[in-house]
Design a protein around this ligand. Structure first.
Ligand SMILES: [Zn+2]
Length: 180
């Protein structure tokens, strides 16, 4: 099996779509997995943690997101001051308050990775490894329709760009990821 992220032939590990760190336990029984090489699988993990801290920890606002935030994230922050610095390093003091200084490349890298994983599970197969994307995200307040992983993660095709994906985390933050 080829790695859906880099195309290497050694796609002999299973990568979860969406990343498990974005979901609460107990995980859904039918979690999607895609073939991935070991380098890609482990290479995304730090950015997945960053994505979780910024998107779920700071921007999502539902009780379900709070439950994830109050669980493994808090525990890993207690254990790991590096992660704590990473999160609060995103908050830059300015006159009269703080601004959120997000490394968007890391956030979009994970958004595109999720879209690659979703795409590879469809009949049209994986995107080419050199596929470029445009992505954007914004805050929403929705009801979790189209859920594939409880209220934590929902996805569907982009209405006006059927080769792209729309997914929503904790009914709070929505991503559009579209091949260019
Ligand atoms: Zn790979």
């Amino acid at each position: 099996m080829r790695c859906v992220y880099c195309g290497a032939e050694a796609g002999n590990t299973k990568d979860h779509v969406p990343p498990k760190c974005l979901l609460r336990k107990p995980y859904p029984a039918n979690l999607l997995t895609v073939p991935s090489c070991a380098d890609c699988n482990s290479g995304f993990s730090k950015d997945e943690e960053y994505f979780r801290l910024i998107i779920v920890g700071l921007l999502c606002h539902t009780d379900e997101a709070e439950m994830l935030f109050a669980g493994p994230i808090s525990r890993s922050m207690d254990r790991n001051t590096k992660i704590e610095k990473l999160m609060f390093g995103a908050l830059q003091p300015v006159d009269g308050g703080v601004i959120l200084d997000v490394d968007y490349r890391r956030v979009y890298r994970i958004a595109e990775k999720i879209a690659r994983g979703l795409q590879s599970a469809t009949e049209s197969g994986a995107y080419p490894v050199d596929q470029q994307f445009v992505a954007e995200f914004f805050e929403v307040d929705c009801d979790g329709a189209g859920s594939i992983c409880g209220p934590d993660f929902t996805c569907r095709r982009l209405a006006d760009a059927p080769t792209g994906w729309e997914f929503t985390l904790f009914s709070s933050v929505r991503f559009f990821v579209q091949p260019t």
